[in-house]
Design a protein around this ligand. Structure first.
Ligand code: ATP
Length: 325
């Protein structure tokens, strides 16, 4: 192995930059050349890449987003797109690839490396949703949860001042990971998750109980993927039944993706980037590097993708209900 490349793909996540830095420096430390590919798989197809050196990644630990940019790339799903990507990698002398992204990124990486096994591929779990099998935490999840908490604390101030009930929608189309942890951290009165059914009648009962118990404000956190129809519809349904609160809705939206990575994500990104390059050096391929029980673990991409379903912790869900009385 003499030359590798790194790319970020799919949704951006804070912590990708510390990971890129670790990949570049670990590679160079071990005498490898390293190329940065811009805009995910699109950059592979467009031959949009550049040689990186130790200074290319100076002062990026604290930056959100990704210096390599990311993209959703349709052509990479086709055989022709993959062939072009392969020819570009060969022409640039690249034999190993680190891909940082979510399950779509891994699906593409696995298909590619089955077609072209001479290119070794290692995946790094980078997504704020924390929904990948093979790693207790994914890059960006901790920072995004902290960003959400900071925002909800501010909303709580105004909710409390006016006896308001807020429905706050947070990211997570298929995963309630951010909603659950943010809800526990902010003392939400209810947390609505894609992983369980929302019974509006129960929600209204709980809110009425809260008012009876003299709560001056209420926060309901709604994960994007909650099946009862989103924060606005829920607020409308509850407004019909509850008159004692002024009901408001806030959609936190893309601010959840931004911001400087937390200490946790900087360390996780560094650790996973370091491990990814070492895995390539050891001849590994079609694997994902993850963190389980505070140890680096390699999981077959095939297994990571088929197991996919990541479960929320039952004890956290029960506890959230108990502590919100
Ligand atoms: P996030 O979880 O943040 O959405 P992701 O990696 O799952 O991240 P996707 O947009 O699903 O994001 O996938 C990223 C890219 O991976 C796609 O734009 C596409 O280029 C590639 N990809 C996804 N699925 C496939 C596939 N079946 N074959 C080839 N490439 C794929």
């Amino acid at each position: 192995l003499s030359k590798i490349a790194v790319l970020t793909s799919g949704g951006d996540a804070p912590g990708m930059n510390p990971c890129i830095r670790a990949v570049v420096r670990t590679a160079i430390y071990n005498g490898l050349q390293v190329a940065g590919i811009r805009q995910g798989y699109q950059g592979l197809i467009d031959n949009n890449l550049y040689e990186m050196n130790t200074r290319s990644v100076s002062n990026i630990l604290n930056l959100g987003g990704t210096i390599l940019k990311t993209a959703r790339c349709i052509p990479f799903r086709t055989d022709e797109g993959m062939e072009t990507a392969y020819q570009n990698l060969k022409a640039n002398g690249i034999e190993g690839l680190v891909v940082i992204g979510g399950d779509g990124t891994f699906t593409g990486a696995l298909r590619f490396s089955k077609k072209y096994p001479d290119i070794k591929v290692i995946g790094v779990p980078g997504t704020i949703d924390n929904d990948l099998y093979g790693s207790t935490y994914t890059l960006g999840f901790d920072t995004a949860t902290n960003t959400v908490i900071e925002a909800i604390d501010k909303i709580r101030d105004t909710a409390d001042a006016h006896d308001r009930l807020f429905f706050i929608e947070v990211m997570g189309r298929d995963s309630g990971a951010i909603a659950l942890r943010a809800g526990i951290s902010c003392g939400a009165e209810a947390i609505l998750l894609p992983e369980r059914d929302t019974v509006i009648g129960n929600l209204i009962e709980n809110l009425k109980k809260g008012q009876y118990n003299k709560k001056s404000s209420s926060i309901v956190i709604v994960a994007e993927g909650d099946k009862s129809g989103g924060a606005y519809d829920l607020a409308e349904a509850v407004r019909q039944q509850i008159k004692f609160y002024d009901i408001k809705v806030t959609i936190l939206g893309h601010l959840q993706r931004g911001g400087s990575p937390s200490a946790f994500d900087r360390i996780l990104g560094s650790r996973l980037g370091f491990a990814a390059v070492n895995a390539l050096i050891n001849g590994e391929t079609q694997k994902m590097v993850g963190l389980e029980a505070n140890h680096i673990k390699l999981t077959d991409l095939e297994e990571a993708l088929t197991q996919h379903q990541f479960k929320l912790e039952d004890d956290l869900m029960q506890m959230a209900d108990v502590l919100s009385i």
